[in-house]
Design a protein around this ligand. Structure first.
Ligand code: AKB
Length: 317
């Protein structure tokens, strides 16, 4: 039996909900604890109410439960952080330090912390954005993720902290709703398509962004954590990619299943954020170093999302 004991921080978010399920399946329910700031979420594993900014409680939770690995997902995403810049910076940075410092002390063995395509900015090449390139983020979220990447590498180089990270693209899943991101339209569109038959998009028709199905994102997260140490050659954060599409293309794909579906466009402040992000990502390093591979492309994703959401909402095809 493995002696791995896992704490997922920010477990109620879009990634956390599915990640906890997968980790519980792989390591056993008793090996996984979910935590977040919510009062009573329903998880199949033990749940602890925990604010990642409460440094002492983070420490005691990890020590008391003999946690060996933390998946630290708590963050304010791009759109929300623009509305609350000071809190976005505080949560995204202090939360990370609270976890990194425990690994530095030798209390924790391994950390997963996600970065994002938001680290890139207007001076970055937009197509096939390379792993190493100009990085000048223009949002609080992007700045915090880029700073976090540098700190992860620093903690690894200076104190040997085993921290692993990927730059998530926009993530799409049916098990929970996203909160506060610029790529959230690509989840919302499915709910509105099934509930109303129409969707008003807050990005323009031709705004292409890198995207990924949630099961692939969870797979990347677990794969990088399970990879042998010598395969992890990058201790800041790896580009990972699956597909790239714009609102018009996903709208067309949905119309193949719901012919009467209509999409209209009313770009808001999130358009400016999206305009400064890559359209597509080069993830050769992740594929070479730890064999990253995605499974879902756009048609598979749309098919699976609609199938599952129809069942969830009790809507017939
Ligand atoms: C967001 O839109 O803020 C996130 C991200 C790309 O990190 N989904």
């Amino acid at each position: 039996m493995s002696d791995t004991r896992i704490l997922v921080i920010g477990a109620c978010g879009q990634v956390g909900t599915e990640l906890v399920e997968n980790l519980a399946y792989m390591y056993g329910k008793d090996a996984v604890i979910a935590s977040d700031i919510k009062d009573d979420p329903s998880f199949d594993v033990e749940y602890i109410k925990l604010d990642v900014l409460d440094r002492e409680k983070v420490r005691s939770t990890i020590v008391d439960n003999k946690i060996t690995e933390v998946y630290h997902l708590a963050a304010l995403l791009s759109a929300t952080a623009e509305q609350h810049p000071e809190f976005g910076w505080k949560l995204n940075m202090e939360g990370l330090f609270n976890v990194l410092d425990l690994a530095k002390e030798g209390i924790l063995k391994k950390i997963f912390w996600p970065s994002s395509i938001a680290v890139f900015g207007p001076t970055t090449p937009r197509q096939d954005t390379p792993q190493r390139t100009v990085i000048e983020p223009t949002t609080v979220y992007g700045i915090s993720k880029f700073a976090g990447e540098r700190w992860c590498e620093y903690y690894h180089n200076r104190w040997g902290v085993d921290v692993r990270s990927v730059r998530y693209p926009g993530l799409i899943g049916y098990k929970s709703l996203p909160g506060g991101g610029t790529t959230d339209y690509a989840v919302d569109i499915f709910h509105q398509a099934l509930e109303k038959g129409s969707y008003e998009c807050f990005l323009s028709a031709e705004t292409a962004l890198p995207m990924m199905y949630m099961s692939d994102a969870v797979k990347a997260t677990i794969d990088i954590m399970q990879a042998p140490t010598e395969q992890i050659k990058n201790r800041s954060s790896y580009n990972i990619s699956a597909m790239s599409f714009d609102p018009a293309s996903i709208g067309k794909e949905i119309q193949k299943h719901i012919p009467d579906f209509t999409i209209s466009y009313a770009p808001d402040f999130r358009q400016k954020i999206a305009d400064n992000w890559p359209a597509s990502i080069d993830d050769t390093d992740a594929r070479t170093d730890w064999n990253w591979q995605h499974s879902y492309d756009l048609p598979d994703l749309v098919d699976d999302m609609l199938k599952n959401l129809r069942t969830q909402k009790g809507v017939s095809a």
